[in-house]
Design a protein around this ligand. Structure first.
Ligand code: SF4
Length: 352
């Protein structure tokens, strides 16, 4: 059975008209879904009983169920585990950033998954280890935010597509989810509050920026400045090698209304040398891109290590001397994002 979350304005209007009700009822349905975040039919107060009855016959309200209470990942992040209607597990993370005085919340960011598993299979990521199962629907993507907003009682201010999956390999459903997030009849979220992170699906990246009018922030996983090392870290690099990706990013740079961010996981002895930093600067500078440096967060399956603090600072200094801006991702985000997939893997293993 389809779920109501994921309906666009056009689809909602077509639905109510097909059921013999006036068009304005669609706006009421969308308001309950995307502004009030209902999780139970009983919460709907202003629809005629016969319309509600028809909707309940044809649709489930939600496609996801929350599998267990949030798991804390340090002081500012919590991981949520959901079960899909076909029995699979997926996860999302809420990251709260605070400002002074401590206690006042500045940003509440939900990190959403876009696929069940991931076809990219990055060597350092637990999500890739579980293989790829299927794409999530726009409704399943949106519901992650709805459930977290409702259960945490927080107002979600930002969304990042950095959870399980490669969002550009689930192109149409991700575009639809972004439409719902940014539309007036939807969440009314500004494009600058939303970030899509991709490993660099060369043949879709420019189309994505065009379809979203260059408004959504774009983050590209670089992780190495040359094909040989990058292919070891991101096997998709063999399909979409760096020279082709960088040529596409030059085109993207012309139409994107925001600066590109490169994600770069620093791994001791793999991609953290001064020469690597110089080569990265050579890539980032012409694109006016900034670097988000992420100290490698060890996972059980791989014997790599986090570089020493001195080595990471040297990498950063080399970038900055070359005129490239960089930041280190804060530890809360690091825990939440670099460990993506681990909770799901742990849970799956317990069930075997
Ligand atoms: S890091 Fe992202 S793209 Fe790579 S395997 Fe993990 S979820 Fe997929």
């Amino acid at each position: 059975m389809k779920s109501l979350y994921g309906l666009t304005q056009t689809e909602a209007e077509a639905l109510v008209i097909s059921l013999g009700f006036p068009k304005f009822r669609a706006a009421q349905i969308l308001d309950w879904l995307y502004k009030k975040h209902i999780l139970d039919w009983d919460e709907i107060k202003n629809l005629p009983k016969d319309l509600l009855g028809e909707l309940e016959k044809k649709y489930a309200l939600t496609a996801l169920q929350m599998e267990e209470d949030a798991t804390c990942l340090g002081e500012t992040s919590s991981k949520y585990l959901f079960r899909t209607s076909d029995g699979h597990l997926l996860e999302s993370v809420l990251i709260s950033s605070q400002r002074e005085p401590v206690g006042q919340r500045e940003r509440e960011t939900v990190c959403v998954s876009s696929q069940l598993g991931c076809p990219v299979r990055c060597t350092f990521c637990a999500s890739g280890k579980g293989g790829f199962l299927r794409n999530l629907t726009a409704g399943e993507i949106i519901e992650q935010i709805v459930w977290i907003a409702k259960k945490s009682g927080r107002k979600i201010t930002n969304v990042v597509f950095m959870g399980m999956g490669e969002p550009l390999e689930n192109f149409e459903e991700v575009i639809k989810a972004l439409d719902i997030l940014t539309a007036q009849w939807g969440f009314e979220m500004g494009g600058r509050k939303i970030t899509l992170s991709t490993c660099g699906v060369t043949d879709k990246i420019y189309e994505f920026v065009k379809r979203t009018d260059g408004k959504i922030r774009l983050s590209v996983s670089l992780h190495a400045p040359a094909d040989e090392t990058r292919s070891k870290l991101i096997p998709y690099n063999r399909k979409y090698p760096l020279p082709g990706l960088l040529a596409e990013l030059k085109k993207v740079h012309q139409v994107l209304k925001r600066d590109i961010t490169f994600e770069y996981t620093l791994i001791a002895g793999v991609n953290d040398s001064r020469e690597d930093a110089k080569a990265v600067a050579g890539i980032a500078k012409p694109l006016r891109a900034k670097l988000n440096l992420i100290p490698y967060n060890p996972i059980r399956e791989i014997a790599w290590e986090t570089p020493s603090r001195e080595r990471m600072m040297l990498f950063r200094e080399t970038l900055e001397k070359s005129g490239v801006r960089s930041t280190f991702r804060k530890s809360a985000g690091l825990d939440a994002e670099a460990a993506c997939g681990q909770l799901r893997l742990d849970r799956s293993m317990r069930q075997v």
